[in-house]
Design a protein around this ligand. Sequence first.
Ligand SMILES: Nc1ncnc2c1ncn2[C@@H]1O[C@H](COP(=O)(O)OP(=O)(O)OP(=O)(O)O)[C@@H](O)[C@H]1O
Ligand SMILES: [Mg+2]
Length: 232
Amino acid sequence: MERIKTGIIGLDEIMNGGIPKGQLVLLSGTCGTGKTTLCAQYIYNGLSKFNENGIYLSFEESPESIKNNVKQFGWDFERFEKEGRFKFIKYDPYHVEEVFDILESTVREINAQRIAIDSISALGLYVRDKAELRRMIFNLSNILRRLGCTAILVSEIVPGTTGISRYGVEEFVTDSVIVLYYERNEVSFVRAIQIWKVSGSDHSQKLHPYKITNKGIVVLPHEEAFMKSNTL
Ligand SMILES: Nc1ncnc2c1ncn2[C@@H]1O[C@H](COP(=O)(O)OP(=O)(O)OP(=O)(O)O)[C@@H](O)[C@H]1O
Ligand SMILES: [Mg+2]
């Protein structure tokens, strides 16, 4: 099985070598868990280490805000934008059907291999009908598969709710699932990552600690995280 390396220390290891090529990965977690950081790191490593072009599709944060925030990690996306190897797409989720076409043409234009979509949760603010929303997520997953890219789809979980995604459908339309936890322990908060599923492949079954450092996300593949409960 061919794999796409995230280049994130420890993460490829607990995924048995990386994301299987062409898969669609769900990345879920509550707010502030590092979802945007992980996505940016995945795309940036593709550009800088693996010679793979990428697209960052944001439904919420502006490109300027994301680019500014990740500069502290030393990731300069502008350089790759100028080289025509990276594109930031900021889109109003109200016109989500249109964004599918934009995504498709941008993949062709820059020959993108990696895509990050941050985040699917914004769609719910505009599409109230649950069936319609599920259909949209399903359509999006089909398009991403057809494009042949290896994509990460972010879903933000509301704290205190059960389930591993916002709408309870994302984990069924994706091939792999990564969950980020941020939970209170005795005296502080603990960050932990879990590979929930990887279609067609073995992976770590453990809950691993991770850190957000000045180089981005670092997963500790040989350590286990302990939390009071596994609720989000
Ligand atoms: N330089 C840094 N060193 C340590 N931790 C940092 C650093 N920069 C950011 N963080 C941590 O990362 C968190 C934000 O990460 P990020 O924006 O990727 O999370 P997110 O899951 O996308 O959040 P949201 O749900 O709000 O979109 C901050 O709350 C902070 O705890
Ligand atoms: Mg975010």
